[in-house]
Design a protein around this ligand. Structure first.
Ligand code: NAD
Ligand code: IPM
Ligand code: MN
Length: 354
């Protein structure tokens, strides 16, 4: 291997706490398998940084970020009741700006019920699916506005943008991914009975790409029905491909049924390799538990395994996943998820298993 040069954006709240553990585990895995070293550069960004400097993400910082091999991201955002920070400012001008500018068209969000982990479902079955979420389009693009604000005649729009390019890119990725999995199945989740224009583009694209993958079966589910099956029979899913907003919502639900948001990892992937990909837990800055070493760093650690995989360091990735699985299994024998260890202790224990 060649050295791996990472940017680390801890962010706000529990973000820096969980990313510190991910870096700890990355280093331990690298050493354990004898890979070339990992160098890290910390970037101070997020709500706290904005309060201190008035900056969300400058062009200069963005240029520096582009120069790294990959980005490890914690979480950003203020507490919902923090009136000093306009809602959406940090999310849009920092996190989404990164995903959009670095062209993270494919957002991979695996969901697995790991052995020993307790699901809130009474009969969860063997849950192992991946949500392939579009990452740069949909209602997230900021195409909208409001007129007559504050009057009874106010009209607010938030237009969902779906391009043939963006949809095909993510659908292709979903089929390629499914082709390499045992069950070889793709489910398109949308709402084409109401969102007919975008829905038809997604459906046609899936049909066209499916024709190139005769070995991969596929079906379709409206998003409302998908929430039923994700709670009554989540084990039926293999690869779900969906748009940016549906994917956001479904992956919090998927996290909840597979043992909690503290275990859910994600990768924002630039599949063309034209800019660094970015790996982050699905969860946010959790202001309610920030600064107390109460956060579970497992999601951030599993995200760093996705980073290693993407960087071509398959053996190190495998070792991190294995270390996490055995830690989770031991949590179960030690009395379940209520077992209290500090964030740093969980990181130490997982690193220790490498
Ligand atoms: P959240 O994910 O931060 O928290 C939801 C609940 O899950 C809270 O009770 C929290 O304590 C718990 N939780 C989250 N991560 C946990 C962990 N690792 N271990 C244990 N418990 C955990 O969602 P929210 O409260 O809606 O959002 C808080 C802020 O984070 C907002 O400003 C939001 O915009 C932002 N946010 C950022 C990202 C991101 O940076 N990728 C993602 C989601 C939300
Ligand atoms: C996520 C988050 C983000 C999203 C927000 C904070 C912009 O909820 O990563 O799931 O909606 O994508
Ligand atoms: Mn989300």
């Amino acid at each position: 291997t060649t050295p791996l040069d990472l940017a680390v954006i801890g962010g706000d709240g529990i973000g820096p706490e969980v990313t510190a553990e991910a870096v700890k585990v990355l280093r331990a895995a690298t050493e354990a398998v004898g890979d070339a070293e990992i160098t890290t550069t910390d970037y101070s960004l997020g709500a706290a940084h904005w309060l201190a400097t008035g900056e969300t993400l400058t062009d200069e910082t963005l240029d520096r970020l582009r120069g790294h091999d990959a980005i490890l991201f914690g979480a950003v955002g203020a507490a919902p009741n923090d009136t000093r920070i306009p809602s959406g400012l940090i999310e849009r001008d920092l996190l989404l700006k990164l995903r959009f500018t670095l062209d993270h068209g494919v957002n991979l969000r695996p969901s697995r019920l790991y052995p020993g982990v307790v699901s809130p479902l009474s009969a969860p079955g063997d849950i192992d699916f991946v949500v392939v979420r579009e990452g740069t389009e949909g209602p997230y693009v900021g195409n909208g506005g409001a007129i007559r604000t504050g009057t009874p005649q106010e009209i607010a729009t938030e237009v969902s943008v779906n391009t043939a390019f963006g949809v095909e890119r993510v659908v292709r990725h979903a089929f390629a991914l499914a082709a390499g999995r045992p069950r070889q199945h793709v489910t398109l989740v949308h709402k084409h009975n109401v969102l007919v224009h975008a829905g038809h583009l997604w459906r046609r694209t899936v049909e066209a790409v499916a024709a190139e993958y005769p070995q991969v079966s596929h079906d379709y589910m409206h998003v409302d029905a998908a929430t039923i099956f994700l709670t009554t029979d989540p084990a039926r899913f293999d690869v779900i491909v969906t748009d940016n907003l549906f994917g956001d919502i479904l992956t919090d639900l998927a996290a909840a049924v597979t043992g909690g948001i503290g275990l859910a990892a994600s990768g924002n992937v630039n599949i063309a390799g034209s800019a660094p990909s970015m790996f982050e837990p699905v969860h946010g800055s959790a202001p309610d538990i920030a600064g107390q070493q109460k956060a579970d760093p497992t999601a951030a650690i599993l995200s760093s395994a996705l980073l290693l995989e993407q960087a071509g360091r398959a053996e190190a990735a495998r070792r991190v996943n294995e270390a996490v699985w055995s830690d989770l299994a031991e949590r179960a024998t030690a009395g379940g998820q209520s077992v209290s260890r500090s964030t740093a202790q969980v990181g130490d224990d997982i690193a220790g298993r490498l």
